[in-house]
Design a protein around this ligand. Sequence first.
Ligand code: PMP
Ligand code: GLN
Length: 389
Amino acid sequence: MSDRPLLNRRLAGMGTTIFAEMSALATATGSINLGQGFPDTDGPREIAQAAADAVLSGRGNQYPPGPGIPELRAAVAEHQQRFHGLGYDPDTEVLVTAGATEALAAALLALLEPGDEVIAFEPFYDSYAACIAMAGATRVPLTLRAPSFRPDLDRLRALITPRTRLLLLNSPHNPTGMVLTGEELAVIAELAVEHDLLVVTDEVYEHLVFAPSTHRPLASFPGMRERTVCVSSAGKTFSFTGWKVGWVTGTPELVTAVRAAKQYLTYVSAGPFQYAVADALRLPDSYFADFRADLQRKRDLLASGLRAAGFEVYEPQGTYFITTDIAPFGETDAYAFCRELPARCGVVAIPNSVFYDDKEAGATQVRFTFCKRDSVLQEAVSRLQSLTP
Ligand code: PMP
Ligand code: GLN
């Protein structure tokens, strides 16, 4: 064998995701895993039952239709109308994907030419850097800075060049919990129209938003519907992250382009789960309100525990993550801290530093998730009290 590296240059350094690395560390050390974002209780029982019924009654056990089953496409369109007042045609403007992950990959692979520039907030969700690289494009970070993590929109304007093809937006934002305001979205929309940019919006946390913040899709702003690929998924909203049912909404032209790439990634996926997610999207408003209220309570529980333990806490407006700063402990390296944390006190967290190109900006940021049972959060917090600032 030649000594040429097996992993190509585009993916160099991206061998194992930080989520896989830290979850493996949690398992190996028997630690409480507040790293990777997955709930430790499943979503609604009747939705799980709907998936089981679909399997046993032979619905979706063979390849579903390429764009997704009609029941789910209709439910996605109804959901966009019900929560956001956005009308999409289920036959031509909705595409079902293998989670938001595939939707993002397919959108970027379909819409980008090598050499195009993509502006995205950093810290980036990890698959963004990988997918932009796989498309041969260049990522251009707009750095969100503590303590507010609000985007500097003058800076955004300055980052746009003739090579900028696409904005990749994530709000509510993982890992910081920042939620874009209506005013910020309006400015971003104007810039996108002025510079004729495409936009991909990652809205997987659309229902995980805490009052008084609210989530508004960028596609609902003037001039945006025709240039926005809206991405979401069932994982976070319904606490079934393993089902990997996601979707894209957009104009027929955009959806057709994304489908062209998607059909050669998985072709189709999650047949029986598609039926269950169609039911989930039609759950009454009370489901969404109760879910949000429960998470908000968990956020407050973890935030106060982390503060008491000596962390600087940046309270999130959305998502199920809290970003903290470990500088009060005299720490300077979030990654080293997270590798040592299991041995020090039996807890696993995620170093946000790995999601930044600007290593200074995130050097001491550590993320904890609160989508866990109260008893688990309480035990984690009590273990973290043993760290001394
Ligand atoms: N985008 C963001 C910001 C996320 O946090 C996640 C979490 N997994 C995803 C996309 C991927 O979602 P899915 O599990 O539906 O692929
Ligand atoms: N989105 C989840 C998180 O941010 C992880 C999903 C994954 O491991 N790909 O923790």
